[in-house]
Design a protein around this ligand. Structure first.
Ligand code: PEP
Length: 252
């Protein structure tokens, strides 16, 4: 059975002190919750991964990295490898975030390599994709999403899929306050699940969690999360505040 997931991407926010404070508040606020088939994941910046990973060890909170390099090691100044992430207790990595694609030129081909590298190192991948506003306006959104998924993931065998979580994030809804309607989210998630079923089989498709991301907040989460093929959210802004993030966990 696929899990429900609430994952917080902290992006380039929170110093060490602020990260510790947020983790402390989160741990306190989710204590006593029954997280029935629900996973809570947070993704701090690289420099705070080790501390956060240590301080969440005995809690229900899992820690993810926001990115990772595709090579094992070497002369790649400023980059971080899968082995380094694992060495500080990280088991999950976000790949393909639209900000990585837009500001750092990450292509589907590069992301396919990163996915392979993560899986080879037994890291679970939260794989992000989604159309820009122009694609949506031109009704190209299904085509764009299909090609992003095919190009980066469809070379994988079915047995790799339990290590994948998909995150549909329409770029026009990220950090803009504009959210896809629950119906738009459900329509795309059903399309994605069907795509996976056609390529692999129903079992693979039914067992992969598909998260929605894009301006999810306490006020709109319940309706979005209630949709049949929406298995939770990848959260940016609202993950930076313990009360809001806790409300999202409660909404699932
Ligand atoms: C994100 O960056 O993945 C995201 C969904 O951000 P926000 O929730 O702020 O729109």
């Amino acid at each position: 059975m696929r899990s429900k997931i609430v994952a917080g991407n902290w992006k380039m926010n929170k110093t060490l002190k602020e990260s510790k404070e947020l983790v402390k508040a989160l741990k306190k606020s989710i204590k006593g919750f029954t997280l029935d088939n629900t996973r809570v994941i947070i993704a701090p910046t690289y420099v705070n991964l080790q501390k956060v990973s240590k301080s969440t060890k005995k809690s229900a909170i899992e820690v993810a990295a926001q990115n990772m390099h595709q090579a094992d090691s070497g002369a790649f100044t400023g980059e971080i490898s899968a082995a380094m992430l694992k060495s500080v207790g990280v088991k999950v990595v976000i790949l393909g975030h639209s900000e990585r694609r837009e500001y750092f030129g990450e292509t589907d081909a590069l992301l396919a390599q990163k996915v392979d590298q993560a899986l080879k190192n037994k890291l679970e991948v939260i794989f992000c994709f989604g159309e820009v506003l122009e694609d949506r306006k031109n009704e190209n959104h299904f085509k764009v999403v299909e090609s992003q998924i095919k190009n980066a993931l469809f070379h994988l065998n079915a047995d790799a899929w339990p290590q994948l979580v998909l995150a549909y994030e329409p770029v026009w809804a990220i950090g803009t306050g504009e959210t896809a309607s629950p119906e738009q989210a459900q329509e795309m998630h059903a399309f994605i699940r069907n795509l996976v079923a056609e390529k692999y089989n129903n079992d693979v498709a039914e067992n992969v969690s598909i998260l929605y991301g894009g301006s999810v907040k306490p006020a709109n989460a319940k309706e979005i999360f209630s949709k049949k093929d929406v298995d939770g959210g990848l959260i940016g802004g609202a993950a930076l505040n313990a009360d809001d993030f806790t409300a999202l966990i409660k909404a699932i």
